[in-house]
Design a binder for this molecule. Structure first.
Ligand code: NAD
Length: 401
């Protein structure tokens, strides 16, 4: 009767396989009984993407631009095997890639920490969030194999025909050469997404490049971050009691390892590629890693960092009740509901999201968990339950709150 009310709908992006099953369970057991849920629903399941020639993915991203907050289920990225399995018209692009291109955002990956699942670095008490600039650099490089003596030059021709030319190398013998680029616009958007997210999380932002060696390329990243910070974020950071900190990439690696955690680490594309896998491993579980795409104009799309858990889905199809971990997907929902609550001034909606997260952590810390965590948890007493039992155990604790 007196469910929590919403104002603006969430953009709901449904997905595939086991996570699609978990999606419905989470809504039925933990959200619909308490919230008068308003969503604009987009079915990003493989079949429906194919039926709509992937238009549904584009529409869901445009809706996110319109409303500001989305929650996304894991989706299949089509490959040759999936084209066969789903009899697809073509090998559709990755939905995450499509959505990211439209929102022009940055992905922040943050681990959920609970007692019993210890990071491999014992000093880490708080989560470390990685923000990866997913544009340009070596991922869009141009490379040439040099077969023998040769002169390699870097030439930039302006729209007016004016040439700027530098010798890269006078090769005496065979070798390799590579050209990479980035744009002020993309770097600026990356910087804004990072500053916005740091303010939202009330966490320090660390950024590092190798500007001492790369005096123009990496230095540009440093300068753009600093200029945007000084112009638009310095006062807000000071008011929030958080810090923007720039240093060299080798220095930041040492500092992160020695730290207590609790900061956001913004990385250039390649650094982020390498470091996000290290962080996922170091924090102990892919199933406990959340992910949010933040656009420079302040749109948020929440999801789990993991995939569709295909192997469990095939067991589910055979009638088995699987012990798949729903925590990261549940935290995508709570993240989105909290954000919606904050934007719309609905305190009870944001409070509900907090309570639901606390009930989830309590459940895990009381030793009730899915199989993947039983294998890594150091708690003395632990009980393996299936996904549904786990969500019901959370519900009991939520009711107590
Ligand atoms: P996956 O994340 O589904 O699984 C990787 C491994 O981690 C598996 O061993 C799996 O059992 C385990 N695992 C992951 N999440 C788990 C959970 N919640 N509970 C228990 N165990 C969990 O990745 P994959 O197997 O490489 O890919 C499966 C499908 O997911 C592919 O079609 C891929 O395209 C898609 N995918 C989607 C996203 C996304 O939408 N963001 C991300 C990655 C992969």
């Amino acid at each position: 009767a007196d469910k929590i009310q919403m104002k603006t709908p969430l953009v709901e992006m449904d997905g595939d396989e086991m996570t699609r099953i978990l999606w419905k369970m989470i809504k039925d057991i933990l959200i619909l009984p308490y919230v008068d849920l308003k969503t604009e629903y987009y079915d990003l399941g493989m079949k429906h993407r194919d039926d709509t020639d992937d238009q549904v993915t584009i529409d869901s991203a445009l809706a996110t631009k319109k409303y500001g907050v989305a929650v996304k289920c894991a989706t299949i990225t089509a490959n040759a095997a999936r084209v066969k399995e789903y009899n697809l018209k073509k090998m559709w692009a990755s939905p995450n890639g499509t959505i990211r291109a439209i929102l022009d955002g940055t992905v922040f990956r943050k681990p959920i920490m609970v007692k019993g699942i210890r990071p491999l670095i014992p000093t880490w008490e708080k989560p470390i969030t990685i923000a990866r600039h997913a544009y340009g650099d070596i991922y869009k490089n141009t490379e040439i194999r040099v077969e023998g003596p040769a002169k390699a030059e870097l030439v930039v021709t302006g729209a007016d025909g004016k040439e700027t030319r530098r010798t890269i190398m006078d090769f005496q013998d065979a070798g390799i050469v590579q050209g990479v680029y980035n744009t002020d616009k993309s770097i600026s958007n990356f910087a804004r997404s990072c500053f916005n997210y740091a303010l939202e999380q009330k966490e320090d932002l660390w950024f590092a490049t190798k500007d001492t060696v790369s005096k123009i390329y990496d230095h540009r990243f440093k300068d753009i971050f600093q200029a945007i910070y000084d112009a638009d974020y310095k006062e807000k950071f000071e008011a929030a009691g958080i810090e923007y900190f720039y240093t060299l990439i080798d220095d930041v690696v040492a500092r992160v390892v020695r730290s207590k955690g609790g900061m956001i680490w913004a990385c250039k594309n390649y650094d982020g590629d390498v470091m996000s896998d290290m962080m996922a491993t170091a924090f102990g579980s892919l199933a406990m890693m959340t992910s949010v795409l933040v656009s420079p104009d302040g749109c948020y799309e929440y999801e789990a960092a993991h995939g569709t858990v295909q192997r469990h889905y095939y067991r589910y199809l055979k009638g088995e009740k699987t012990s798949t971990n729903p925590v990261a997907t549940l935290f995508a929902w709570t993240g989105a509901l909290r954000k919606r609550g904050q934007l719309d001034g609905l305190t009870d909606l944001a409070d509900f999201a907090d309570r639901l997260e606390k009930a989830t952590i309590q459940t895990l810390e009381e030793g009730i968990m899915t199989g993947d965590l039983v294998a890594v948890s150091t708690l003395p007493d632990k009980k393996k339950v299936n996904s549904e039992e786990f969500l019901e155990a959370i519900r009991e604790r939520l009711e107590e709150r």
